[in-house]
Design a protein around this ligand. Structure first.
Ligand code: SF4
Length: 179
């Protein structure tokens, strides 16, 4: 079944993340022959002057903190949206395979602390790298309060040239060292 709900969620999360409007273009995705709601695509400046079209988005716009400068602060009255790791990964891969984007920039509000939030970001990266075998650009936010081994795992996911067996070996080594 074609799940419109996950596209609506991810598109809304991406719209809420649209803060640098100069580098954003609105796109009208077509996936498996279906026209989907408009989604903003960000042009990132890469080292060497290269430009890259990326989906810049959040896993959730809900946040338990109230940083006064942030549009997602808990005290702000706004509608919140949350995607599951699989929903985010599958939707991004649909856009990637449709040729709309070349990379993913993923952040999140904090729910149930930094460790739990980082786990959901890492789960998304894991699905992308190991289930969908995605090898291109991934920008993954590190949450305040994350564990040291989560930092190692995040850095392994960011290395696009690292094989899945190398990542699995690193994951085992890190878990052995810290647990
Ligand atoms: S923790 Fe992050 S997302 Fe939450 S209010 Fe502060 S800056 Fe915003």
């Amino acid at each position: 079944m074609f799940d419109m709900d996950r596209f609506a969620k991810v598109n809304q999360l991406s719209k809420d993340m649209k803060v640098e409007v100069d580098s954003v273009q609105e796109c009208h995705p077509v996936v498996q022959g279906r026209s989907l709601p408009e989604v903003p695509i960000t042009e990132l400046s890469m080292p060497g002057g290269k430009k890259m079209r990326a989906l810049k988005t959040m896993l959730t716009t809900a946040c338990e903190r109230n940083c006064h400068y942030c549009p997602f602060r808990s005290g702000r009255n706004m509608r919140r949206q949350t995607a599951k790791p699989e929903e985010m990964a599958r939707t991004f891969i649909d856009y990637y395979e449709a040729g709309m984007v070349e990379g993913l920039f993923l952040s999140s509000g904090i729910i149930k602390g930094g460790v739990s939030t980082q786990d959901r970001l890492l789960d998304t990266a894991d699905i992308l790298r190991n289930k969908y075998m995605y090898r291109s650009y991934l920008h993954l936010k590190l949450m305040p309060g994350l564990d040291c081994f989560q930092c190692c795992l995040a850095s392994a996911h960011l290395k696009t040239g690292t094989s899945s067996s190398a990542r699995r070996a690193l994951r085992s080594a890190v878990l052995r060292a810290f647990l």
